[in-house]
Design a protein around this ligand. Structure first.
Ligand SMILES: [Zn+2]
Length: 338
């Protein structure tokens, strides 16, 4: 049994949450935010729907078997998948990190297989819903969730509901412009928040500086951190290393991390001005940097955001941790059925 809040959620029906990612497939039986069982599988290098969908079924079946349940005993299956997708038609459209997935009617494929209510939502919206129902956002009505990891995703809760937009594409907060003369982003825009403040964005900017010959000190630091490395092996430069280098006083790392947290601050100002939220919940692996990333961003919010919405907006860290995707996927059933 995973989790310790089971009595708190005893009135919640049993559900299955599925978290489909570019590298991992995870499924869990949940009651509220409590995980009763969990199954992890790799998405695999050849992540085509023909290969991945049977693995999704396998993960669900394994989670059900581990919890000694049959599909008939659960209220439904919620699936969190990378966008873009259409949550109304249940179709995965063409996620960049799932090659070969073009217009896949995943909800109907699951419904036919399990004969259960199935809900499909993009992963950031599902995670935001999870935090809203069971995490840092409990009791809030106007909440914005921002997840900062390899990419940046957003989920907006307004009047207690997920803000969908006309095509289910609202809340793409990783792709708001924070530098209108900035670098091109894979989404087609330039100067996106994701390009500056995500783990991938930070690493890419550091590697570009190294390629320009500005990385001598950072490389020396990196080699100290990765001592076993053979000369011709590639150094791993990721956001964690950059954060460590910044703490150790390496100027290039401090500069790029400083720009990342500045971009995050500008993004938060935009979010405050557009949504007037009572709560902004920050999740994702990069928030483990904590104050290193967040303190300069908060300072920008203080300097630049309009007073009334700024004073209403509490900025807090997410509470659900690495299980947020599964809890959010399961929460789709409570959200849609209760
Ligand atoms: Zn973008």
């Amino acid at each position: 049994m995973i989790g310790d809040n089971q009595t708190m959620y005893a009135s919640y029906p049993l559900v299955v949450g599925v978290d489909l990612g570019g590298t991992q497939i995870r499924a869990a039986v949940l009651q509220g935010a409590t995980l009763l069982s969990r199954a992890n599988l790799l998405t695999g290098d050849n992540g085509t729907p023909e290969r991945v969908i049977p693995r999704l079924f396998q993960a669900v079946d394994q989670a059900l078997a581990d919890a000694r349940l049959t599909p008939a005993q659960i209220a439904g299956i919620g699936i969190a998948a990378p966008g873009p997708l259409n949550n109304r038609t249940g179709v995965v459209i063409s996620p960049p990190n799932l090659p070969g997935w073009t217009d896949i009617p995943l909800r109907d494929i699951f419904a036919e297989h399990y004969q259960l209510p199935i809900y499909l939502e993009n992963d950031a919206n599902a995670a935001g819903l999870g935090e809203h129902l069971f995490g840092a956002g409990r009791g809030s009505n106007e909440m914005v969730y921002l997840t900062i990891s390899t990419g940046i995703g957003g989920g907006v809760i307004t009047n207690g509901k997920i803000l969908e937009g006309i095509a289910g594409a609202a809340g793409e907060l990783g792709h708001i412009t924070v530098d209108w003369r900035g670098e091109p982003c894979g989404c087609g825009n330039v100067g996106c928040l994701e390009g500056l403040a995500s783990g991938t964005g930070i690493a890419r900017r550091v590697l570009a500086a190294i390629a320009r010959g500005e990385g001598e000190e950072l490389l020396r630091f990196a080699r100290q951190q990765q001592p076993g490395l053979h000369v011709d092996e590639e150094l791993r430069v990721d956001a964690r290393l950059v954060a460590q280098a910044a703490t150790a006083g390496v100027p290039l790392a401090q500069q790029i991390l400083g720009e990342a947290s500045e971009a995050l601050g500008v993004g938060l100002v935009n979010i405050i001005h557009i949504f007037n939220p009572e709560l902004i919940v920050l999740g994702g692996g990069l928030m483990q940097m904590g104050a290193q990333l967040l303190a300069p961003a908060r300072a920008i919010v203080q300097q630049r955001a309009m007073q009334v919405p700024r004073e209403m907006a509490r900025i807090v860290l997410a509470e659900l941790g690495p299980n947020v995707g599964l809890v959010g996927a399961g929460a789709l059933i409570y959200y849609n059925q209760m």
